[in-house]
Design a binder for this molecule. Structure first.
Ligand SMILES: Cc1cc2nc3c(=O)[nH]c(=O)nc-3n(C[C@H](O)[C@H](O)[C@H](O)COP(=O)(O)OP(=O)(O)OC[C@H]3O[C@@H](n4cnc5c(N)ncnc54)[C@H](O)[C@@H]3O)c2cc1C
Length: 463
């Protein structure tokens, strides 16, 4: 663990804000999340112009973006890297992400990865009633009632998988609500108390918002696979944290890249403007710094991108601003048991609470179920202040900006990307493009990587 902290400190100290050489063509990557760092890595490995110089701008003091790893003490007082944002990946839906880690020798599967079995309990908030418990060490789940509920979930997962693999036109347009309404053999009560909370917990969205999401996209996110989803090892967690993975790739790349790479951390990009007369992009950052670039890859979220592209066509800015997002707050805390849920200790990874009146849901991950190093630690997605207030003892929270991938979101974001490719917006100039998980089907570490690779192809910077 000490090693992890050392490289983190080394990484922060080794950042440079150096002067640039005039002979090279300069590439600006805006945003240091997975897509920014994947762009850096892909460019450095497959770039076709030997005279590039790469600058990555990140407003936070660390790289990672929505893969946000922070060092916190576990209940034994040991410092451990804890993920507030992105946490899991699995084979089937994260192939490029897995390959990228392998390319940098980032994990030895025995040592640096935890395999997680997704046991879950769904219960009524402030009550001892549970709607559903998947098998665990607890004996409570063995009841006729609970087994019946498990079969409901199993049936739902079977239908979801069929839907996902079926070649079906316009499936992105089907919302969660549409899909559920087409399942006559699942009771309304079970849809409300089991299926919707289960789906909501995947993104941390309130149930009302979950209903509007693209069902295809949501199933893609959890990558329903042929394996039985209950009981088996389902997900993997890097023990340096998913933000740690992003930082480590950046550090290793900087050390070996044939291109000069400059990281500008704690650097807020205010604007990017194409200067036609000089054929360069002028980037303004911090208080009053300016620099010129030949290429720009924006990996910021939609509305942030609209704010930065100050001179872009109004139509583009309006489209970017129209994409629905949600603010998620995740809190890491130290409850002795997950007494937030049903008032008893949890034997499960996921602990989901439903409020039957408000219809809202919150979920608590028992981090110790991922690895013993997270002793005593829980992570809760908080939608209301009253849930936040209920969490007793020490707590640490981070707010995230997360796309709400509705059918409208998918259509609009595809349209925006295509219009930029088709050079519909002359004010953007010829060598600027957008990347980021949100520009693809759903926002994951995987789609962030795919978007970055595509962005480099669009700019003809890679073979
Ligand atoms: C709570 C939560 C849980 C998640 N769980 C998972 C999971 O289990 N598995 C998974 O694969 N994915 C998960 N995701 C999604 C995943 O985190 C994102 O898909 C991924 O981080 C997207 O990467 P990105 O580079 O496109 O964007 P981001 O990670 O958002 O990076 C964009 C970067 O741009 C920076 N930036 C913005 N504006 C400026 C500016 N003006 N100047 C400079 N920098 C700027 C931001 O600080 C940020 O670092 C989760 C997300 C959240 C919020």
């Amino acid at each position: 663990m000490k090693k992890l902290i050392e490289w983190s400190v080394f990484f922060c100290l080794s950042l440079t804000l150096s002067a640039t050489s005039h002979a090279s063509r300069k590439v600006a990557i805006i945003g240091g999340g997975m897509s920014g760092v994947a762009a850096l890595s892909h460019l450095s490995r497959f770039g076709n112009d030997p005279n590039l110089e790469i600058h990555l701008f990140e407003m936070q003091e660390r790289l990672g973006g929505n893969a946000s790893t922070q060092f916190l003490e576990n209940s034994d007082g040991e410092l451990v890297p804890v993920d507030f944002g992105a946490q899991f990946f699995s084979e089937g839906g994260w192939d490029k992400y897995i390959q990228l880690q392998k390319d940098y020798d980032l994990f030895d599967e025995e040592v640096d990865l935890a395999n997680v079995s997704v046991g879950l309990i769904i219960g009524e908030e402030n009550s001892k009633r549970s709607y559903l418990e998947t098998p665990s060490r607890s004996l409570r789940f063995i009841s006729v009632r609970n087994v019946k509920k498990l079969l409901v979930l199993k049936k739902f997962l079977k239908y979801s998988r069929q839907f996902y693999v079926e070649k079906r036109k316009s499936k992105e347009r089907v919302t969660v609500e549409d899909f559920l309404s087409e399942l006559p053999d699942i009771k309304e009560k079970d849809k409300r108390n089991i299926i919707l909370p289960f789906l909501s917990s995947i993104l941390g969205t309130p149930m009302e918002e979950t209903k509007k999401l693209s069902f295809f996209s949501l199933t893609h996110l959890v990558s329903f696979r042929p394996v039985h989803p209950l009981g088996k090892t389902d997900y993997q967690v890097p023990l340096i944290g998913m933000g740690g993975v992003v930082e480590k790739i950046a550090m290793l790349e900087k050390a070996k890249s044939s291109y000069p790479i400059h990281f500008h951390l704690s650097t807020f990009v205010k604007s990017v403007v194409y200067k036609r007369e000089k054929d360069v992009y002028e980037i303004s950052y911090n208080e009053k710094d300016l620099a010129e670039f030949d290429y720009v890859i924006m990996t910021t979220h939609a509305s942030q991108t609209a704010d930065i592209l100050i001179e872009a066509e109004q139509e583009l800015k309006d489209d970017l601003k129209s994409l629905p997002y949600i603010t998620l707050r995740t809190v890491v805390h130290y409850d002795k048991d997950s007494s937030l849920i049903l008032g008893h200790p949890s034997h499960h990874l996921y602990n989901i609470a439903v409020n039957p009146k408000r219809g809202e849901v919150y979920n608590t991950i028992n981090l110790e179920k991922i690895h013993p190093m997270y002793k005593g630690m829980f992570r809760t997605v908080v939608l209301n202040d009253d849930v936040y207030d209920k969490i007793s003892g020490e707590k640490f929270s981070v707010e995230f900006h997360h796309p709400l991938v509705t059918p409208f979101f998918l259509e609009k974001s595809k349209m925006i990307k295509q219009s930029i490719k088709d050079k519909k917006y002359p004010h953007l100039g010829p060598r600027l493009t957008l990347a980021g998980g949100w520009t693809k089907e759903h926002e994951t570490q995987e789609t962030a990587i795919i978007s970055a690779e595509e962005a480099l192809e669009e700019l003809s910077l890679v073979e």
